[in-house]
Design a protein. Structure first.
Ligand code: PMP
Length: 442
């Protein structure tokens, strides 16, 4: 980048999410194909995070570019407010209903995940209000949950940094313990699900079930590195919530569209939510898009006689919908769900081999959603920050991978091959072998 001019221009103009200070070198990407992207110096990187768990079909698909161009030339976009619709939005809605668990029959389109969660929260509260239960305003979430940076979605995000300094957060939100089995200190020696269920029951009693609208959760927690709950967690949570008339909102923004080897993680856990929020993989990120699916029962209430007073300018964007349809075609045609299962299992096994290194605490895998927790000490499981590891991996091995806290977040494109997996594991081994217990890389 130095010399390209773009780095200096970036420094002068662009505000980057999560970048602190303004001295760090910029990596200015200009092209990509398959699981690789290239920067202004022509350096190639292996994209081991599918950007941010988005690019299911990989980069540089000319087919999607063609579909977008054709759609733009025909009808780029029109809103879907009131009685106006468009052919692509209807086709995509029907397609999503066909792919998703049976009771989810109604679709609301957004431009991304945070917007989807805003809509889900509005739907949940309005559903109860229209049924005459206006006191049901509380939303239950979990610490370490990530749901986006809108007022509502940020309000239910369980990381303190997303709240501090921003003034009052969304009111009537309560945070529960995240079901992260490796973080045994959270459960006071109890079974993870038993502990979480007892806490959920106590919380419902404390707030009062007649005041709770919904619980929101990611089926597998992405921001802490693919932390899957025990198999009985979601079925038992859903049963308890439904016994009190509390809605379950499943945030499938990362887990949706094949990442877990199923179309949705709901298929993996066998639990159907009342509202399911999706984005990212719906278009593989070629254009921003998202979809919220819900049941007839919820949709009937929030539409009702008065309509659903929540509309985005770009809801049902024709070009985004056309690209989503073509993206789903590719996922189906190339059997990418199967690839996510087989290459995911292979990568999980290969990453687990890194456990001979003392700083590798836990390796987790569901399909191509994987995470590695780094620890300073295996006995105490004290977290070891992963930022320097991710940085060294990029510089020395040409691999792009995100770290959040002590978690390495491994969400490769669903086209990932065993050779890609081997390259990733070799790069990781060489960097982790040089990583000290304080997180610095020698
Ligand atoms: N929910 C989850 C589970 C996510 O992973 C993300 C994004 N990483 C979001 C919501 C927010 O999506 P967006 O950035 O598209 O608003």
């Amino acid at each position: 980048m130095p010399g390209s001019g773009l780095e200096a221009l970036d420094r002068a103009t662009l505000i980057h999410p999560t970048l602190s200070g303004n001295t760090a070198e910029r990596i200015v990407l200009t092209s990509g194909s398959g699981s690789r992207v290239r920067d202004t110096d022509g350096r190639e990187y292996l994209d081991a995070s599918a950007v941010l768990g988005v690019t299911q079909v990989g980069h540089g698909r000319a087919e999607l570019a063609r579909v977008a161009a054709e759609q733009m030339a025909r009808l780029e976009y029109f809103h879907t407010w009131g009685t106006i619709s468009n052919d692509r939005a209807v086709e995509l809605a029907a397609r999503l209903v066909g792919l998703s668990p049976e009771p989810l029959t109604r679709v609301y389109f957004t431009s991304g995940g945070a917007e989807g969660n805003e809509i889900a929260l509005r739907m949940a509260r309005l559903y109860h209000h229209r049924r005459g239960e206006s006191a049901r305003t509380w939303i239950l979430s979990r610490r370490s949950a990530y749901h986006g940076v809108g007022y509502g979605s940020g309000g239910v995000t369980g990381f303190p940094a997303y709240h501090q300094g921003f003034g009052p957060s969304l009111p009537d939100v309560d945070f529960l313990t995240p079901p992260q089995p490796y973080r045994r200190e959270l459960f006071a020696g109890s079974d993870v699900t038993d502990f979480c269920l007892a806490e959920l029951r106590e919380t419902i009693d404390r707030i009062g079930p007649e005041r709770i609208a919904a619980m929101i959760g990611e089926p597998i927690m992405g921001a802490v590195g693919a932390a899957a709950p025990p198999a009985d967690y979601w079925p038992r949570v859903a049963e308890l919530l439904h016994s009190y008339g509390i809605l379950l909102i499943s945030d499938e923004v990362i887990t949706g569209y094949g990442r877990t080897g199923h179309w949705f993680a709901a298929d993996h856990f066998g639990v159907v939510p009342d509202i399911m929020v999706t984005a990212k993989g719906i278009t593989s990120g070629y254009v921003p898009h998202g979809a919220v699916l819900t049941t007839e029962a919820v949709a009937d209430e929030v539409v009702g006689d008065q309509g659903f007073p929540a509309g985005f300018t770009y809801s049902g964007h024709a070009t985004a919908c056309a690209v989503a349809l073509a993206n789903l075609d590719i996922i189906e045609r190339e059997n990418l769900l199967d690839n996510a299962s087989t290459v995911g299992a292979y990568l999980g096994k290969r990453l687990a081999e890194l456990s001979d290194l003392p700083i590798v605490g836990d390796v987790r895998q569901t399909g191509l959603m994987l995470g590695v927790e780094l620890v300073a000490d295996r006995g105490t499981r004290e977290p070891l920050p992963g930022a320097a590891v991710a940085e060294a991996l990029r510089e020395r091995a040409g691999i792009l991978l995100r770290a959040n806290g002590n978690a390495l977040i491994v969400n490769p494109p669903l086209i990932f091959t065993q050779e890609d997996a081997d390259e990733l594991v070799a790069g990781l081994r060489s960097v982790l072998a040089r990583t000290r217990p304080d997180g610095r890389v020698l």
